[in-house]
Design a protein around this ligand. Structure first.
Ligand code: HEC
Length: 477
């Protein structure tokens, strides 16, 4: 009995021993501990402190992304003939594979959202103003890196949607003035989407951008600590470059230690966010893969993940003539604006109630993007793909009228709304087996009269063309 107690007492003393061993070797008091306990404005103790949690939550999700990303990379094979199968294996056979993929998927969406919420808060609180301009600039680069991660990651799925997304992205990149061809070549890693493309996206996704993020994150966190956390804005209290630092230093005199007085909110929200991602991943799992990539089957509406849907919808809705301008100009404008924000407005009012234009600069793009996303969800986006054609399995063995009908199916843009054997848009019903549902007369009536989302073609196709279209569709049983 006495022995057991002695043993327990020894065990109980262990953490203390370890701590003092580490303490003597590393002397963390004046580095890590000092950083953790650095003073922050006393106001963060109040409920307004809840607005300050999104940066750390983003960081927490990023750590989760690294962990799950490394896990996925252990099994994923970045080669065109194996990528799809290795993902199928991860999703269906590997232990916890579906959950890990699911966490990585929902984590990506969460990271995009959290970065944007964090930036919105910083913007509306005027926290980007003097002396924290460089925090904002490094943060803007981190936003760019996060979006690049989301985009390259989706393509690693290497299913039909991913494959055709690259094709569409490359076609759009090629429209950029002057550098278009070079840009498309850079994205595709050659003239055609294939093995080299996948390797390039993989290396970009797992090495290049993460390395950039680590570097930027280092700068960003250094600045956050060095410049101090901004105090909640007060209407009427302006930032003046000569007096601000003095005022801030005085404020910190009565400040509170970051850990634990302010950091517990960060810890709580980060835990909640990560738990939410894990629950979603466990309940819903990884997103379904589409069909394996097949260069001969053109998918008319490759869908990106939901947070990019608005941008894709925009590309579909704008008139073709403005495409080059919008594809390159709009993102460029958005980022130039981001970078100009702290340079153009480094001082003055911080409080949002005194900055109505700033509120509009947040609200209008937000409402616009939500509307575009809804539009993107409702109407499948039909890209203008050059040289679209039906798969050989469809056109093989057709007689002349039916073959002509198959060509009309593309030329009259039926293909943009209807799929046949996996090729085509998804706005209308799949016509792969339409002949087993509809007779020749019914087919002709449907095409001529339209209705229910289907345009009437009576005015835009001749009776002979209508005959050929019907002849073609009649072969679809
Ligand atoms: C703008 C998109 C769009 C285009 C372009 C389009 N369709 Fe449709 N189509 C639809 C929709 C939506 C429906 C479903 C209408 C409904 O539910 O009543 C439909 C229905 C049909 C049907 C009936 C299918 C069924 O199973 O009931 C046929 C046949 C058809 N379309 C053929 C064509 C042909 C041929 C063309 C080209 C000449 C064409 N469509 C062009 C959207 C489109």
């Amino acid at each position: 009995m006495i022995r057991l107690r002695l043993l327990l007492a020894r065990f109980a003393a262990w953490p203390g021993h370890v701590a003092s061993w580490l303490g003597e070797r590393f002397e963390l008091e004046d580095s890590v501990l000092a950083v953790l306990k650095h003073p922050v404005p006393r106001e963060l103790e109040r409920p307004v402190g809840w607005w300050y949690v999104f940066g750390s939550a983003t960081l927490a999700v990023f750590v989760v992304q690294i962990a799950t990303g490394v896990g996925l990379a252990m099994t994923y094979v970045p080669a065109p003939n194996s990528a799809y199968d290795s993902l199928q294996f991860i999703s269906h056979d590997a232990t916890l594979g579906s959950v890990v993929r699911g966490i990585h998927y929902f984590g990506a969406g969460a990271m995009v959202v959290l970065v944007l919420v964090h930036m919105t808060q910083v913007y509306l609180f005027g926290a980007f103003k003097f002396p924290r301009e460089a925090n904002w600039l490094s943060g803007s680069l981190l936003l760019l890196a996060t979006l690049a991660m989301a985009f390259t990651g989706q393509l690693l799925r290497w299913d039909q949607d991913a494959f055709w997304s690259v094709v569409v992205a490359a076609e759009q990149a090629a429209q950029a003035p002057v550098i278009g061809d070079w840009l498309a070549h850079l994205v595709v890693a050659g003239a055609n989407v294939g093995g080299a493309t996948l390797t390039r996206f993989y290396a970009t996704h797992v090495f290049l951008i993460p390395a950039a993020i680590f570097g930027l994150l280092g700068i960003h966190l250094y600045l956050v600590i060095k410049r101090g956390i901004s105090e909640p804005p007060v209407a009427g209290l302006t930032v003046d470059r000569r007096s601000y630092r003095q005022r801030y230093a005085a404020m910190l005199e009565r400040g509170i230690p970051f850990w634990p007085d302010a950091a517990w909110r960060d810890a709580a929200v980060s835990t909640l966010v990560v738990a939410g991602i894990v629950v979603l991943a466990a309940a819903i799992g990884a997103p379904q893969l589409g069909k394996p990539p097949d260069p001969t089957v053109v998918v008319a509406d490759p869908r990106p993940d939901w947070y990019f849907l608005g941008y894709f919808a925009l590309l579909a809705l704008i008139p073709p003539a403005t495409e080059a301008l919008v594809i390159v100009g709009l993102p460029l404008l958005a980022f130039v604006f981001l970078f100009l924000v702290p340079i153009l407005w480094p001082d003055g009012e911080r409080h949002w109630s005194r900055r109505p234009v700033a509120i509009a600069a947040v609200a209008l793009p937000f409402v616009g993007y939500v509307a575009l996303t809804v539009a993107g969800l409702e109407s499948p986006w039909v890209p203008r793909l050059e040289g679209a054609s039906l798969p050989a399995s469809v056109t093989r063995g057709l007689d002349a009228p039916a073959l002509h009908g198959a060509q009309l199916f593309i030329d009259k843009s039926c293909w943009a709304c209807h799929q046949i054997d996996g090729s085509g848009g998804r706005k209308g019903p799949d016509l792969t087996h339409v002949a087993s549902r509809l007779s020749r007369d019914q087919l002709i009536a449907r095409i001529a009269n339209g209705g229910g989302g289907m345009p009437a073609f009576a005015g835009s196709v001749t009776p002979a063309e209508l005959d050929d279209l019907a002849a073609f569709l009649q072969t679809r049983r």
